[in-house]
Design a binder for this molecule. Structure first.
Ligand code: FE
Length: 405
């Protein structure tokens, strides 16, 4: 099924994976942190290469996995420019398009739920093996449609702007009911009626609708004037989202929480080794280098073969990939590689791209009997506020030896 719709029961959030059927290049919209293993498994099962991790807005009810997905798959992050998600590699404006294979998504500015919210419109490219486009067969419109039924090749991913028989709230986070009304009526309701609406949430097990059905029957909008809509929204008096204080700041860093973030790294005095959960501790790149060069530890590069080849490598480091392309599957030879590295009887210093994978690898190595440390910031360091790496922490930024093929 394309798009694939995935549900997070804890937050009632829908995540979408869209792909080009020929190149298998894919996009994920609104991924949820707790569901990252499911999403990685879905990408692997469908044999997809993730190009983009997108947000419709900075969410208040769940934390995105965008940064971790980018780290683990090589995808790029993109987010609406108006959402203060400074860590996203690409800042999207209305009218921008994102390509994946022969397909493209168009960014529709739909402020209102938040001032930066966008929707994504996908009119699927015609493929040579498709039936020629013609008058679409009459199909019943509505949310009871079988999800795999392909009656139209137009899709809109509306985030929290337009929900099935509802809409997003406008009472916090720069929300504006008038702007929401204008976005829904002026942007979304001008799309063809058969366009399938894929919402950011549903709380009643409904999965999809169409523009035509929502235009005719959405109780918040059908037959209401702009001022009636504003008065209705202002009177809702909804409770505050449970995770708001935690989620919004984390989402403005593409889902990086404080504990895996630059702040945590910067707070560590140079060379400090901090006790950690499940492994020996965190260590600065400079100290790691000194231990390694002094013969007191083994430096283990846990990045993929492809990253070492393309991005650069540390001459003399022991390569034991934690995950590998394609699909970032766990490397079945990881344990054996660690056991070999342990033959010298020295602690292991785990180095990855930015210090996320190396923590998982250090925990596993600990289970295998190692005294394993996580090298803070990894090879490339942390993204700065513009999502560029290389200016903040990490092995290369510390001026330590590395080479490119
Ligand atoms: Fe939201």
């Amino acid at each position: 099924m394309n798009p694939t719709q995935l549900f997070d029961p804890a937050s009632s959030t829908y995540t979408y994976i869209l792909f080009d059927e020929d190149s298998r290049e894919a996009v994920i919209i609104d991924p949820v942190d707790e569901q990252i293993e499911r999403d990685l498994a879905t990408l692997e099962r469908l044999n997809l290469r993730l190009l983009w991790a997108l947000e419709t807005h900075a969410h208040a009810d769940h934390i995105t996995s965008a940064a971790r997905l980018a780290e683990l798959t090589g995808a790029r992050t993109a987010a609406p420019a108006g959402c203060d998600i400074g860590t996203a590699a690409v800042q999207l404006k209305g009218g921008d398009t994102l390509r994946f294979g022969r397909e493209q998504l168009r960014v529709l500015p739909t402020p209102g739920h938040t001032s930066g919210s966008v929707s994504y419109y996908w009119q699927r490219a015609t493929h040579p093996h498709d039936a020629p486009p013609g008058e679409a067969a009459p199909v019943p419109l509505g949310h009871q449609m079988r999800p795999d039924q392909r009656h139209d090749d137009r899709h809109v991913f509306t985030g929290d702007t337009l929900l099935i028989q509802g809409c997003g709230r406008t009472d916090f986070q720069s929300g504006d009911a008038g702007a929401l009304f204008d976005s829904i009526t002026g942007q979304l309701f001008t799309l063809p009626d058969t366009t399938i609406v894929w919402p950011g949430h549903d709380y009643h097990e409904r999965t999809q609708s169409t523009i035509g059905v929502e235009k005719a029957t959405n109780p918040r909008l059908a037959g209401r004037s702009r001022s009636e809509f504003i008065a209705f929204m202002d009177a809702l008096a909804l409770p505050r989202p449970r995770r708001m204080d935690e989620a919004v700041p984390a989402n403005q860093r593409s889902g990086l929480r404080q504990d895996a973030s630059a702040e945590a790294v910067l707070a560590a005095p140079e060379g400090a080794v901090k006790p950690a959960d499940g492994y020996a501790g965190d260590i600065s790149p400079q100290t790691a280098h000194d231990w390694w060069q002094g013969g007191k530890a083994v430096l283990v590069d846990v990045r993929t073969d492809a990253e070492r080849e393309w991005v650069g490598f540390v001459p003399g480091a022991t390569a034991v990939a934690w995950k590998q392309w394609p699909g970032m599957a766990l490397n079945p030879d990881f344990d054996a590689g660690i056991v070999r590295a342990l033959a010298e009887g020295l602690p292991l210093l785990m180095l990855c791209r930015s210090g996320v994978r190396s923590m998982a690898a250090a925990r596993r190595a600990t289970e295998l009997g190692a005294s394993a440390y996580n090298v803070l910031g990894g090879f490339e360091g942390d993204p700065d506020e513009h999502a560029h790496r290389g200016h903040k922490n990490g092995w290369r930024h510390a001026g330590l030896p590395w080479r490119q093929n």
